[in-house]
Design a protein around this ligand. Structure first.
Ligand SMILES: Cc1cc2nc3c(=O)[nH]c(=O)nc-3n(C[C@H](O)[C@H](O)[C@H](O)COP(=O)(O)O)c2cc1C
Length: 170
């Protein structure tokens, strides 16, 4: 027997998603948003998309500059992940306030986050409107990783819970 759920409740029971800091904008106006809506849209060529709600300051910056960085934090950055998801870059310089360092990108003008273990630099390919979020899908034009970056320490989020990946099954 299965319990019936509303469609809105149904999606809340999906497993957790990788959670990243999306960098947008340039120079001192560059900003960070915590995003759990992030996915690979193509493997070859490599493309990544992130779902951003139109009311976010990041939305405006993504439309203006058409570039973004995907910065992957590990579990020791949980507080920064929460912080960047709790205030708007319209009034706050999140790099400054949350002790994060702008790291110059190689192929784009939007900076990455030095403290993150993996950084993907993306050029916007298309924007797709879907309900209450638009998907910004970009080509990954450069990627860099810290030597000691641990994929299994990446932060996952959904349904109000933060986790790290569990047991290796296969
Ligand atoms: C764990 C977590 C995941 C989030 N995921 C998303 C997301 O995928 N898309 C989105 O638009 N907002 C998401 N948010 C909300 C934004 O991070 C939050 O509204 C942020 O303050 C917006 O910043 P900005 O106005 O500077 O762009 C998330 C927040 C948290 C805490």
């Amino acid at each position: 027997m299965k319990e019936n759920l509303s469609p809105s409740d149904g999606i809340k029971f999906l497993p957790h998603f990788p959670t990243v800091l999306i960098g947008s904008g340039t120079g001192n106006n560059s900003n960070l948003i915590t995003a759990a809506m992030v996915h690979v849209f193509s493997i070859s060529p490599p493309m990544i998309g992130t779902g951003i709600a139109p009311e976010r300051h990041s939305f405006e910056l993504l439309e203006e500059h058409e570039e973004f960085t995907v910065n992957v934090p590990e579990k020791d950055m949980l507080e920064e992940v929460k912080d960047c998801g709790s205030v708007s870059g319209e009034e706050h310089d999140k790099f400054e306030e949350f002790d994060l360092t702008r790291e110059q990108s190689k192929e784009i003008l939007v900076p990455g986050v030095k403290e993150c273990g993996l950084i993907l630099e993306c050029e916007l390919e298309k924007q797709v409107k879907t309900g209450d979020h638009n998907w910004f899908v970009g080509n990954v034009v450069n990627a860099k990783k810290k030597q000691n970056y641990q994929r299994k320490e990446g932060i996952l989020y959904w349904g109000g819970e933060f986790r790290i990946p569990g047991e290796l099954l296969d």
